[in-house]
Design a protein around this ligand. Structure first.
Ligand code: PMP
Length: 428
């Protein structure tokens, strides 16, 4: 595949943008090579500057559940833009989107719109700390909650030992108030609550982990978090930035029947424009300014274009059998990939829930970050480039979810599994 224009454009980008990208994973650092610069998207496809086309399994990392440039979403955004792009004042459209969220997500009585998933998680944690008057955040290794300081932490070897910041620029004083423990580990979380339960402000969790590849919660894991939070007076925060409106109309909490105190939303809720949301019980949410003493604000919060895109996307998801179509498509893709892996006898496994999927290049079961990290990153790089050259755009990292959309179809899935089959032969 010729990528001469992408290569030249990336070189120009690297002169004025650190690493040539505005979010690190886009630089292809984990897989090598030069990233394709994207010219446009249409349905399930991406087109790069050189005119190459790819079946896209990134879908902007989740927001594009109805596909690229869906006509109804584009129209909604254009209509909103024609009336003004931002007012810094309240609009009725924000209320309509808030109502749509409250209607869908069982635990949300009130919701505040922000501009990104990171802002949603930052606000949720601040609310939890104010509400409980406690400092400690509990998170899980391999879960991602945006780039705020207090989430960039992995626990040290012992649960009660000081936490160590991962990445520079994060003071130990901040990291010390975050404990990070293995996902799906009942013993670790029980031990943490035994030892430090009275200082836990919140447990924040991706109800299905999708930032170490897709890792589903063990039976009862989310319920156990709910129980421990209740017995210690901590708040349970579900980070549904990826799972919200994707795994079910009401998100992962509907699917697993566990009700968090606060929910963080992003991606789909903004329909491909910058929008996030934090919502939950009114008693907690009403602590936000201007009613309460927890400060949160944003010049572009509730931006009319983002609100229009989000609202239209949620409406489209209410169409005919959307979630069962995503499930069927996901099932077919999984089946094709599993068959190819079995035929080759490759040490790999497929982890899927609905329209989220990861191929782990390790034979063992993946239940947490440690087992996910056993996957071969060299083999993944080869797989990634083989697929890319075959016209399939996968996330450029072994530990990410592949995202399906309603714009993908059986032909996409067939072409993807055929390419995968051929590429596996080269990789293993
Ligand atoms: N939480 C989760 C679960 C995410 O996957 C992400 C982003 N991938 C975030 C939070 C942060 O969202 P944003 O990139 O919009 O700040």
């Amino acid at each position: 595949m010729n990528r001469a224009k992408s290569e030249a454009a990336f070189a120009s980008a690297a002169r004025v943008i650190p690493g040539g990208v505005n979010s690190p994973v886009r630089a292809f650092g984990a897989v090598g090579g030069t990233p394709c610069l994207i010219e446009r998207g249409e349905g399930s496809r991406l087109f790069d500057l050189d005119g190459n086309s790819y079946i896209d399994y990134v879908c902007s990392w989740g927001p594009l559940i109805v596909g690229h440039a869906h006509g109804d979403v584009v129209d909604a955004v254009a209509r909103a833009a024609a009336k003004g792009t931002s007012f810094g004042a309240a609009t009725e459209a924000e209320t309509r989107l808030a109502e749509a969220i409250v209607d869908r997500v069982r635990s949300i009585e009130k919701v505040r719109l922000v501009s990104s998933g990171t802002e949603a998680t930052m606000t949720a944690v601040r609310l939890a700390r104010a509400f409980t008057k406690r400092p400690l955040i509990v998170k899980f290794d391999g879960c991602y909650h945006g780039h705020a300081d207090h989430f960039q932490v992995r626990a040290g070897s012992g649960l009660a030992t000081a936490s160590i910041p991962s990445g520079a620029g994060i003071p130990e004083s901040v990291a010390g108030d975050t404990a990070s423990i293995p996902y799906n580990d009942f013993d670790a979380v029980q031990k943490l609550f035994r030892e430090r339960g009275s200082s836990v402000a919140c447990v924040i969790v991706e109800p299905v982990a999708a930032n170490m590849g897709v890792v589903v919660p063990r039976d009862g894991f989310l319920g156990e978090l709910r129980r421990l939070c209740d017995s210690s007076g901590a708040l349970l925060i579900f980070d549904e930035v990826i799972t919200g409106f994707r795994l079910a109309r009401g998100g992962a909490q509907e699917l697993f029947g566990v009700v968090p105190d606060l929910t963080c939303l992003g991606k789909i809720v903004g329909g491909g424009l910058p929008l996030g949301a934090v919502g939950g019980r009114a008693a907690v949410m009403d602590r936000l300014a201007p009613l309460g003493d927890v400060y949160q604000a944003g010049t572009l919060s509730g931006n009319p274009l983002a609100v229009a895109a989000g609202r239209k996307t949620l409406d489209l998801l209410d169409g005919d059998e959307t979630y069962s179509r995503l499930e069927t498509l996901g099932g077919k893709l999984e089946e094709g990939l599993v068959e190819a892996i079995a035929a080759k006898g490759a040490p790999a496994s497929v982890s899927r829930i609905g329209s989220l999927l990861t191929v782990f290049l390790t034979a063992g079961p993946v239940t947490d970050f440690e087992s996910a990290a056993k996957g071969s990153t060299e083999k993944f790089a080869a797989l990634f480039h083989g697929m890319l050259d075959g016209g399939v755009y996968l996330p450029p990292s072994a530990f990410e979810a592949w995202f399906l959309s309603l714009a993908h179809d059986d032909d996409d899935v067939r072409a993807t599994t055929e390419t995968f089959c051929a590429v596996l032969d080269q990789v293993f």
